[in-house]
Design a protein around this ligand. Sequence first.
Ligand code: SAM
Length: 170
Amino acid sequence: MKVKILRLGHRKKRDKRLTTHVALIARAFGADEVIICGERDDSLIKTVKDVVKRWGGPFEISYSKNWKKTLNDLADNYTIVHLTMYGVPFEKALNKLKGKNLVVIVGSEKVPSDVYKLADYNLSVTNQPHSEAGALAVFLYELFSGKKKRFKDYKIKIKPSKRGKKVIKK
Ligand code: SAM
């Protein structure tokens, strides 16, 4: 099972922080890759690669200037999920999605109507407007049934503690 996140519509200035959050959530909650579709942003890619170097992987970040081609290339081997507040409740589709190769699309501003047609599933995380970061975190958490990914090749990791900060350095 491979899970790729397609971040649709990155605007370098406006979306820097939120796209970084999407990438970090994708990594922390168990996805394998985030594909950034929109304006090329090398500093965003570097930020995420630096996190992977320090906190572990495997996790890939890549860039695509043509989201439709990327989706069409993946369509044979991946089920396409689009997270949108207009979709059907994601809980209804979860059992069919667990264990499959997925591309999960999250938007930024208005998502082109073609996305709704290309997607195998248009799924909502509540039908209220909120955030791509929030929707992605909830979806991935439930997809993996709350099971946490074991990261490899990390330089630092946290030892959970009731108070204070405990960091293990390799
Ligand atoms: N009106 C915009 C639209 O859907 O075209 C909403 C943009 S919203 C700020 C950015 C992204 O957050 C959406 O493209 C979607 O991926 C995600 N999102 C926001 N609310 C959601 C919800 N309730 N369920 C699933 N995804 C949501």
